[in-house]
Structures are given as structure tokens and as C-alpha cells.
Design a protein around this ligand. Structure first.
Ligand code: ACM
Length: 521
């Protein structure tokens, strides 16, 4: 039988549609995306434009023992938009596969990975599940942005070809959410966790108590949450997390390989507690609740034994529901606490944290108290000289970098930004990215830097849209400073890579600031 040309063409097309990648029929899967576009920039990336891997309905995810959680997470990312089954299996058994492998590679440490994308498969190798998780974040960016759609998209799915070898510059890449000035529900916190995890953020600092509200249930002082949790800035509705809700957030973060650091700010920023419990005031009288945004007026009563019973109860309960190694004890802007009292307070409180098995982190003012070398002061000033912080670094403390004039996500981008504050200046996208954590503070070099954190204070922030607008696109820049090698730092190259992230944010429903500094296209 002679086949007509039309029938032949149709037959070839249907063959191609079911063709397995790497077979003779499949055309090279050339993509516009490249391994060299990933944010944060990898340590090394070598593109192979003809080596793309086509995801199909027959692709499997093969996972070594210990890689199952990351494999399930990856499957959860890829299934909604592809509609493919993508079963997680112990061995690929000759099927086209994304393979997650655990091994021993001295080059990549505890969070690094090696990713190889070729026409016949994708191989992701790491030493730990954390490393596989970070590799998956790179892998996502090699697929079309439609991969983040919530419903099936009928199209081809090609992973850009090439090889990435990658590991972080600093151990800690953090985001902070102030849930005290305005309260954010657990689902809103989880949404933010997912949004920041894609840029390899590994720490979520929750600012759980401040003058305007107390947000965590403490069973031995129940009114902290039920009364002290009622208020928020400007008289907006408050709220608090039960311990079970907090533990659920912590577990969700852990599933995204993010460690939660809870903060109880003290001895200042304590009005919500002191308006709830009269005995926390030196005169035994409860102060009125406050919902304005003044700072520096409140102080726990340093001379009162009840203060330390309170602190111990809070630390004990918080430590018991926090698997991570650090508790954040605040310590900033204690302007209503005389300097000698501040030191007295710190020297009583820091050992309590140790007693309950936790290490300390706190705002950089705690450096004055010569905390144990395991403590991490969090620097929030504008850079330059700070003798207390430099002395702590010289003693062996690592310093976390959150300079307000670069890393504070609540600063306005420009004068016309409706949300946010400007006391640390205007922070455009370039300001957030264009600084070096290892030269910011005199006497705090590369080896004394714990990492970077992008705090989001929420005096003016009320909704998830508000969070997103302030975090995107600045947070990816801070995350890149924490992850990528210093040698890769280059604003022009970064802004080009950043622009390519925008379609992903659009698909994910992230409302971001279209900075004129970036050519969004
Ligand atoms: C701070 O901004 N007071 C840490």
C-alpha cells in the first residue's frame, strides 16, 4: 500500500509525540532557559543547549534511600502543571528519569549538589537531603515558568541541558517575618516559606513578640496570647499561634529544609507583655496596651525576680517546641533600660537559654554583653565601625548580616512606594543586592560572617500581597549574597538573570515591584 504524503506526515508526528527522549526520533530539545540563569548564581554552570531533557508521561523520579522526602516534594511541584504521574521509584529501571542520589562529594558540603541534565535523563547528587532540596530549586528554574501553574498546561516540558556544581558561600540565608506588628495566619507564613525556599533560604526568623502584640501561646502565662495577642498596629486585628499551630509551621518549614528561629524581643519591645501582666512592671501596675509605632519606651523590670521567672517559663516552653538550635532573644533598642541594667539582664537571661539546650541569637546590641562564642549577634545598622560587634567577632562569634540600608525589606523602594518606611533610606533593588557581607562591618571578614538575613518589619504591612511586594524582587538579591560566590557578584549580570524570574512570580501569583532598574521585557 502506498501511503499518501499527508498520512505519512501524520504518522511521523504521532510517533514523535510518543517518542522517548534520547530515541532517534526526538529532536534536540533546545530551550531559551539556561543553567547559567539560575538565581542564586551557582558556583559553576556549563550549558549544553542541545542536551535538554524532555519530561513526558513516562518519566519517573528515582530516589535513593534518604531522598524520598525531596522526591515526593519534587513530584508535588511537577505534577499539577504537567499532569504526568511521575512515580517515585527506587530504581529508574531503564525508564527516562530524574534521579536523586545521595553520596559523598567533598566539593559540595552539606547543602551543595551536582546537577546534570542530558537528553537521556537528569541526575541530581548531594551529600544530604538538604543538598538535594537546594538542587531541586535550581532544577525548577530550568523548566518553563508554566511549571508553577496550578492546573494542567498542554505543552512540552524541557529541562535546560548542562551541568551545575553548587554550594553556598555562607551557612545561613535567612528571611524574617515580623508577626507582632501585624499578625499573619499560619497559611500566610507557609506561603512565604514556599516563596523564599525557591531562592535557597534556609532560615525563617519569626519576630513573635513586640510592643504591639504577643503572638505565641505560653501555657504558664496564658494571657500573653489571649490578651496580649489581641492588639496590632493601628488597632488592626491581632491574633496568635497556639503551640500546635507554631509546631505545624515549624514542621512545614522543615519540609522546605528551613529552620525556624523564634524571637522573643527583650528587655525592650515588651509593652504587650507588660500591659497584660502587671507584675512585669517595677511598680506592679499594668501599662496601657499600645498600637502606635514608637520604639524604645518599654523595658522589663530588671531588678525583679518575677522577670526572670517569666523569661525562664517562656524560654522553657519555646525551647520545647523549637527543634532548631537557636532562640532569638532580641535585645535591640532597649533605650528605656539603663546600660548597666541591660548587661545585668543579658547575663541572667543568656544562661537560661543555655539551660534549655539552645544557643543564642540576638540583635547586635547583645555583643556588648560578651555573649558565649556560640551566640550570633545580628547586625542591623548601616555598616562601618562597630567596636562591640568587631570585638565579638574577634572573640569568635559569627555575625549575621542584616544591614537596614540594604537588607530591610520594609524600606520603601522609592519615595513613591506606598508601603514601608524610610528611616534607613530608600532601598531599590540594586541597593539590596550591591553590597558585600564580608566587608560591611570593620573587623568582620568572610570567616566571621554567619550569613545574611532579610528582615520584613510589618508596621505598614497587612496582607500577603504586601509581603510579596516588599520581598520581591529584593529578597532574591539578599539570598544570592548569602549563597553565591563573591566572584560572581555583578549587578548587570544579576539584573538580567533577575528579569527572567518575573514570569515565574507571575505564574506563582506573586505581586512584585517592577523596578525600573530591571529590564523586565
Ligand atoms: C531593629 O531594627 N530594631 C532590629
Amino acid at each position: 500500500m502506498r501511503l499518501s504524503r499527508a498520512v505519512l506526515t501524520a504518522a511521523v508526528a504521532s510517533l514523535a509525540a510518543v517518542a522517548v527522549p534520547g530515541s532517534a526520533v526526538a529532536a534536540p530539545a533546545v530551550t531559551e532557559r539556561s543553567v547559567t540563569d539560575v538565581v542564586p548564581a551557582p558556583v559553576s554552570a556549563k550549558a549544553d543547549p542541545k542536551g535538554g531533557f524532555r519530561l513526558t508521561s513516562s518519566t519517573v523520579i528515582s530516589a535513593d534511600r534518604g531522598a524520598g522526602q525531596v522526591a515526593d516534594y519534587l513530584r508535588g511541584l511537577l505534577r499539577p502543571a504537567t499532569g504526568y504521574p511521575l512515580p517515585v521509584v527506587p530504581h529508574a529501571a531503564g525508564l527516562p528519569a530524574i534521579s536523586l542520589k545521595l553520596g559523598h562529594d567533598t566539593r559540595v558540603g552539606t547543602e551543595g549538589y551536582e546537577l546534570k541534565v542530558a537528553r537521556d535523563g537528569v541526575t541530581l547528587k548531594a551529600n544530604t537531603a538538604d543538598g538535594l532540596f537546594e538542587g531541586v530549586q535550581s532544577l525548577r528554574q530550568l523548566l518553563p515558568s508554566a511549571i508553577d501553574a496550578k492546573h494542567v498546561q498542554h505543552r512540552t516540558w524541557t529541562v535546560a541541558g548542562g551541568t551545575i556544581l553548587d554550594y553556598p558561600r555562607f551557612a545561613e540565608r535567612g528571611a524574617m517575618l515580623d508577626v507582632a506588628r501585624h499578625f499573619f495566619r499560619p497559611d500566610q507564613v507557609k506561603l512565604y516559606i514556599d516563596q523564599v525556599a525557591q531562592y535557597k533560604v534556609n532560615t525563617l526568623h519569626l519576630h513573635l513578640a513586640d510592643d504591639q502584640g504577643w503572638r505565641i501561646e505560653i501555657k504558664s502565662w496564658p494571657k500573653l496570647a489571649t490578651v496580649g495577642g489581641k492588639t496590632a498596629v493601628d488597632g488592626d486585628p491581632g491574633g496568635y499561634y497556639t503551640q500546635a499551630q507554631y509546631q505545624d509551621i515549624v514542621a512545614y518549614a522543615a519540609s522546605r529544609h528551613i529552620t525556624v528561629i523564634p524571637e522573643i524581643d527583650m528587655p525592650g519591645h515588651t509593652n504587650a507583655a507588660q500591659s497584660t501582666y502587671a507584675e512585669l512592671n517595677c511598680d506592679g501596675k499594668a501599662v496601657p496596651p499600645r498600637t502606635d509605632t514608637e520604639v524604645g519606651y518599654s523595658s522589663l523590670c530588671i531588678s525583679s525576680p518575677i522577670t526572670y521567672r517569666f523569661v525562664e517559663d517562656v524560654v522553657r516552653e519555646l525551647a520545647a517546641i523549637t527543634p532548631g538550635p537557636y532562640l532569638h532573644i532580641g535585645g535591640d533598642e532597649a533605650h528605656a533600660t539603663p546600660p548597666a541594667d541591660y548587661l545585668t539582664f543579658e547575663r541572667k537571661v543568656q544562661p537560661i537559654v543555655a539551660e534549655y539546650g539552645k544557643k543564642i541569637t540576638g540583635w547586635h546590641e547583645i555583643a556588648k554583653s560578651s555573649p558565649p562564642v556560640s551566640a550570633i549577634p545580628q547586625y542591623w545598622d548601616f555598616g562601618g565601625d562597630n567596636p562591640d560587634v568587631a570585638a565579638a567577632a574577634a572573640r569568635g562569634n559569627k555575625i549575621l548580616m542584616s544591614p537596614a540600608n540594604h537588607a530591610y525589606l520594609d524600606m520603601k523602594y522609592t519615595e513613591s512606594t506606598k508601603l514601608g518606611q524610610d528611616w534607613a533610606g530608600l532601598v531599590e533593588v540594586r541597593d539590596a543586592y550591591d553590597w558585600d557581607p564580608a566587608t560591611l562591618v570593620t573587623g568582620v571578614g568572610e570567616n566571621q560572617v554567619a550569613g545574611v538575613e532579610a528582615p520584613l518589619w510589618t508596621e505598614t504591612i497587612r496582607t500577603s500581597d504586601d509581603i510579596e511586594y516588599m520581598a520581591f524582587p529584593r529578597l532574591p538579591g539578599i539570598a544570592e549574597l548569602g549563597w553565591s560566590p563573591k566572584a560572581s557578584h555583578n549587578w548587570d549580570a544579576y539584573r538580567t538573570r533577575l528579569a527572567k524570574q518575573a514570569p515565574r512570580w507571575t505564574t506563582q501569583g506573586i505581586s512584585f515591584y517592577r523596578s525600573p532598574q530591571v529590564d523586565w521585557k
